[in-house]
Design a protein around this ligand. Structure first.
Ligand code: FE2
Length: 294
């Protein structure tokens, strides 16, 4: 059976007729990468992958990312440290209480962000698998950062061209009152700098790289930089640029963190919601980021 690719406005696509837990050829992987270049978010329904299959699929796209677990490790429900537990469930399988750090993570996920933009290398593809879903809410929204650049007014393009933002993992956590991080833990994930405008090395499209981890802009006062970042994120996440994913068990949703931001939506934390994420590191970075690092 050939694959069926159905666009999901305004930019994502749904891909059916492929078994991600089965044997995929190099040509299949290249085809998925080309679809990612075009759409930035792909939905693969009806997958039902076990942990091993999900890791195996993710590894085809590059080295796997540990992300936030570099700073807050501890007991884990999964066989692989590289699988992020996107749930409201504790390591022992019970529901997390409202004051549990796990729930702060759930709330932080409801801010528009790019996974692991707070580290170098940053994340490329995230692959999130729906296992147990609440009866209401818990959608994931995605906004296209290429469209954000394409529609940015000229005066604002001139204002930000060549500028660099600082991304810090604790910025959004502090904002939510989650401040229990020792200097030692913070040293595991020091802030990093990313150009605000970057060119995708594969598609050649320009990208407005913003999100909740961005906390200041080099060469600007804190106040002006933060307001600029807030303004740019508001532009990037306008409703016409957003794809909303309503989850069904078995969905595998794959997104490009260098070309999109995303956020989880509200759900009742007293209902179980379990998703599993594998994430790859970016291998081939933008020319702007390479020049900054040099
Ligand atoms: Fe995320």
């Amino acid at each position: 059976m050939d694959w069926t690719v159905t666009p999901q406005p305004p930019f994502a696509a749904r891909v059916e007729g492929v078994n991600l837990g089965g044997t995929l050829s190099d040509a299949d992987i290249h085809r998925i990468e080309a679809l990612m270049d075009a759409h930035a978010v792909l939905v693969f329904p009806g997958q039902a992958l076990d942990q091993h299959q999900q890791i195996g699929f993710a590894q085809r796209f590059g080295p796997l990312d540990l992300g936030f677990r570099k700073m807050r490790s501890g007991p884990h429900r999964f066989d692989y440290a590289e699988l992020a537990d996107i749930s409201n469930v504790k390591a022992d399988g019970s529901l997390a209480g409202r004051d549990d750090p796990k729930i702060v993570g759930n709330v932080a996920n409801q801010l528009w962000h790019s996974d692991s933009s707070f580290q170098r290398p940053r994340a490329k593809y995230s692959m999130l698998h729906g296992v147990i879903l609440p009866g209401f809410g818990g959608e994931t929204e995605f906004a296209d950062l290429r469209l954000a650049w394409d529609t940015l007014p000229d005066w604002q393009r001139r204002l930000i061209e060549g500028r660099v933002a600082v991304h810090d993992v604790v910025h959004s956590r502090f904002m939510l009152g989650d401040t229990a991080y020792s200097d030692e833990k913070r040293a595991a994930l020091p802030p990093v700098r990313w150009p605000l405008v970057q060119t995708d090395p594969r598609s050649g499209r320009r990208i407005l790289f913003v999100g909740a981890h961005a906390c200041s802009v080099d060469g600007m006062t804190l106040a002006e930089g933060r307001m600029l970042l807030a303004d740019l994120l508001e532009h990037a996440t306008q409703r016409a640029h957003v794809y909303t994913h309503r989850w069904t068990v078995g969905d595998l949703v794959m997104w490009d963190n260098t070309a999109t931001v995303h956020r989880g939506r509200w759900y009742d934390f007293s209902e179980r919601r379990e998703l599993r994420r594998a994430t790859t590191e970016e291998v081939q970075t933008s020319p702007e980021a390479a020049a900054l690092a040099a």
